[in-house]
Write a protein that binds this ligand. Structure first.
Ligand code: HBI
Length: 98
């Protein structure tokens, strides 16, 4: 059980989006999203496996969709009802493994 994580300030959220050009802010402002294309399903699922192991260790889980070589991810912190440092950390991890 996470202790309640703090929501990012608007300034921190905007800085994060500037740092992560492949990510966009969801219309409600409460999540960041991206769509990733891999060479094939094997590569896509291998990516998902790495993120899954990170998520399990971090106790922070993405909302995601996969079909063949495409993975869509939405990051938000339910316990914060918006974006938190946990989303920033996960996005930075993802940037390192795509
Ligand atoms: N993942 N994205 C996300 N947001 C959460 O608030 C969250 C989570 N994974 C586990 C988790 N919280 C647990 O700490 C419980 O709060 C369910």
């Amino acid at each position: 059980q996470n202790n309640r994580p703090a929501r990012l300030t608007d300034a921190a959220r905007d800085a994060l989006l500037a740092e992560l050009p492949r990510w966009t802010l969801r219309a409600d402002g409460l999540a960041i999203e991206t769509e990733l294309k891999f060479a094939d399903f094997n590569a896509a699922f291998g990516f998902m496996t790495r993120v899954a192991l990170y998520a399990d260790k971090a106790d922070h889980h993405p909302e995601w969709f996969n079909v063949y070589n495409t993975v869509r991810l939405t990051l938000t912190t339910h316990d914060a009802k918006g974006l938190s440092e946990r989303d920033a950390a996960m996005a930075r991890f993802i940037e390192g493994v795509v």
